[in-house]
Design a protein around this ligand. Structure first.
Ligand code: FAD
Length: 622
């Protein structure tokens, strides 16, 4: 087994992981970056629309306060207020800093970073590079890492002396010292199947999302909730796991590409949603809490694109949960397309040349995958599982995850987005909290007097657990099990939920537990995807159980959690975070915890009449 010692081990090489690694290295620490997939292949690279930051470049009325308000509204006031505050205040600096690393965002006519409209954002706020923003973000962060490695070569004679990247290396378990502090991370190289032990006092988990537990998803194969699960097994807690974002616009046809994302920028740039009767239906679906901010007629909505100061926003730009539910209702009412979606029309709204310029990836995606020319024809779209709002419970300022030495940032952490994330807020979230996680992990290590040590027996236990699927005979095939899990989650814990179905899901997941424990993988250890999936399944199941249990417990509808049997938001539930842990037998526990109370100066940013839509009378009078 390979063995390495590092000050800080960053698990995940998306935006959050890379930004954390840069900060820990700048603080003088030796850092390992570990990535399950190839270096550069992460969800961050797939991000299309942009990164939200109140720079006020396109509309000078924008400010961190407006961004804060939008984020809290989008999350239906369940967000950790301090995270939302830090995010709104710090994201402009994180974007400008990226330009100092070499990023080149699209420009306004006067040469500033251009910003585009997106759902739930009052002003144009998303810094972008066409519809390939994530690619530029990852390219830039990687370039910064290479430049730091070049400095290290000059100083220490070795490029990898201070930062080393371990690509195609999967972490399966965290290791603790006898005192319960982080002491290491255990994993395997995907290519050789050999094991590897990282001895370290600090781990930053930045492993992204959980979407592969659903059959229709925009997420790719790596997103199996590994970070959520290894944190849970190490003693951390997960919050808000019932809140999953179903992006309203995924491709629905042809079946082989179902779920692939159609960026919200299409609507931000003027695209409208129509049902099979040709009706622009979103006007029927503006909920009371948003009524004042959204246009009531098509004429007003259309005027907004050129005169946003004197008109209200089109309802196609409501937060994602609202749009996804509206599409779902149209399809259910028989007004969907044959393939079970609705139409998204940009062709009749913008000249072909502008569509190709502003949405180049979408143009190619539809042309190549569906033989649809989006400059001439509407796209067919429907909801797809996209983002998990729930995640590892962290301290808002330090990103510390409740276990000494454990830090988390990016999509795998919870709290920032409340019950629903606004588009664009993930890329800025991962920059803001990635930096903070790296900084505080480094500080934690600096303050240690002795290095925590893992017991050899724990390393052996992690080895045995990883080898188990290869030695089981007669167990289920991992692909068949994953398919069953995806069916359960998609059919019973999906976009619209009911008590009986959630209870059935929990029962079925319980039955799967034994089968996942005994799953069999054929073949050896060298590049064996079946074995890798068998190991991922443990994580997917654990995280799915958290989602299903919390979804059954929360008896209201809010953001990314819609209960048909409890269709309204309930102010009592707004005060509750549902927290998942695991007991000594590995069973998921669920407890209620109060949502932190917002500071008075932040409450003052809202009208009392708006707050009364979310809060209880007692909260308001207090
Ligand atoms: P990721 O970028 O997902 O990276 C996770 C990393 O962890 C990867 O390197 C992975 O290999 C690694 N990993 C996972 N498990 C393990 C393990 N066990 N061991 C080692 N490594 C592991 N958000 C926006 O704000 N704006 C957008 O325009 C936008 N567009 C999007 C478009 C698409 C198609 C998708 C899918 C998402 C989009 N999002 C967007 C969401 C956003 O991209 C993600 O939420 C964000 O990039 C997550 O970043 P991250 O750093 O937390 O994780």
């Amino acid at each position: 087994m390979d063995k390495f010692q590092y000050d800080v081990v960053v698990i995940g090489a998306g935006g959050a992981g890379l930004r954390a690694a840069i900060e820990a290295r700048l603080a003088g620490k030796r850092v390992a970056i570990i990535s399950k997939s190839l270096f550069g292949k992460a969800h961050t690279v797939m991000a299309e629309g942009g990164a939200a930051a109140a720079m006020g470049n396109v509309n000078s009325n924008d400010s961190w306060m407006v961004h804060y308000r939008d984020t809290m509204r989008g999350g239906k006031f369940l967000n950790n207020f301090r995270m939302a505050e830090l995010h709104a205040k710090e994201s402009p600096s994180r974007i400008w800093e990226l330009e100092t690393y070499g990023a080149l965002f699209d420009r306004t006519k006067d040469g500033r970073i251009s910003q585009r409209n997106f759902g739930g954002h009052e002003y144009p706020r998303l810094a972008h590079v066409g519809d390939r923003t994530g690619l530029e973000l990852i390219r830039t962060l990687q370039q910064k890492i290479v430049s730091l490695q070049q400095e290290d070569k000059t100083k220490y004679g070795d490029y990898e002396s201070q930062i080393r990247v371990f690509a195609e290396c999967t972490i399966t378990e965290l290791l603790l010292s006898a005192e319960g502090a982080i002491a290491g991370a255990f994993g395997y190289y995907r290519e050789s199947g050999e094991f590897v032990l990282f001895e370290t006092a600090a781990v930053v988990i930045a492993t992204g999302g959980v979407g592969k537990s659903y059959k229709v998803t925009s997420n790719s194969w790596e997103y199996t909730g590994d970070g959520h699960a290894i944190a849970l097994r190490a003693g951390a807690k997960l919050i808000n796991m019932e809140f999953l974002q179903f992006h309203p616009t995924g491709m629905v046809w042809p079946p082989s590409v179902k779920g692939i994302l159609v960026t919200e920028s299409v609507r931000g740039d003027g695209g409208v949603l129509k049902n099979s009767e040709g009706k622009r239906f979103m006007f029927e679906y503006v909920p009371d809490v948003f009524r004042k901010q959204y246009a009531e007629t098509e004429a007003e909505a259309d005027r907004w694109y050129t005169d946003p100061d004197n008109n209200r926003r089109p309802p196609e730009l409501l937060p994602r949960d609202e749009v996804a539910r509206a599409i779902n209702s149209e399809v259910k009412a028989g007004r969907g397309t044959k393939a079970g979606g609705v139409y998204l029309d940009i062709a009749s709204r913008l000249p072909a040349e502008q569509i190709r310029k502003r949405l180049p990836s979408m143009y190619h995606q539809f042309k190549e995958l569906a033989d649809v020319d989006i400059t001439k024809q509407p796209m067919e779209v429907g909801p797809t599982c996209h983002y998990v709002m729930g995640g590892i419970e962290v301290d808002p300022d330090s990103a510390a995850g409740g276990v000494p030495g454990l830090f988390a940032a990016g999509e795998c952490s919870g709290g920032m987005h409340g019950s629903n994330r606004l588009g664009g807020n993930s890329l800025s979230d991962l920059l803001v909290f990635g930096k903070r996680a790296g900084e505080h992990a480094a500080q934690y290590v600096s303050e240690l007097t002795t290095r925590p040590k893992a017991a050899q027996s724990d390393v052996e236990a992690a080895t045995q657990a990883a080898l188990a699927p290869l030695s089981h005979e007669g167990g289920d095939n991992p692909y068949a099990l994953q398919h069953e899990l995806q069916e359960i989650m998609g059919d019973l814990v999906g976009i619209i939920r009911r008590e009986s179905e959630l209870a059935a899901a929990i029962k079925k997941l319980g039955e799967l537990r034994e089968r996942v424990r005994n799953v069999s993988a054929t073949g050896g250890r060298r590049y064996n995807p079946g074995w890798h999936l068998a190991l991922d399944l443990r994580n997917m199941l654990l995280v799915s159980e958290c989602t299903a249990l919390a979804a059954l417990e929360r008896k209201e509808s809010r953001g990314g959690h819609t209960r048909e049997d409890y269709p309204k938001m309930d102010p009592q539930w707004r005060q509750v975070n549902l927290v998942c842990g695991i007991d000594d037998d590995g069973n998921v526990t669920l407890t209620h915890q109060p949502v932190p109370t917002m500071r008075p100066d932040l409450l003052d940013l809202f009208d009392r009449s708006e707050l009364s839509k979310y809060m209880t009378e007692e909260e308001l009078s207090a």
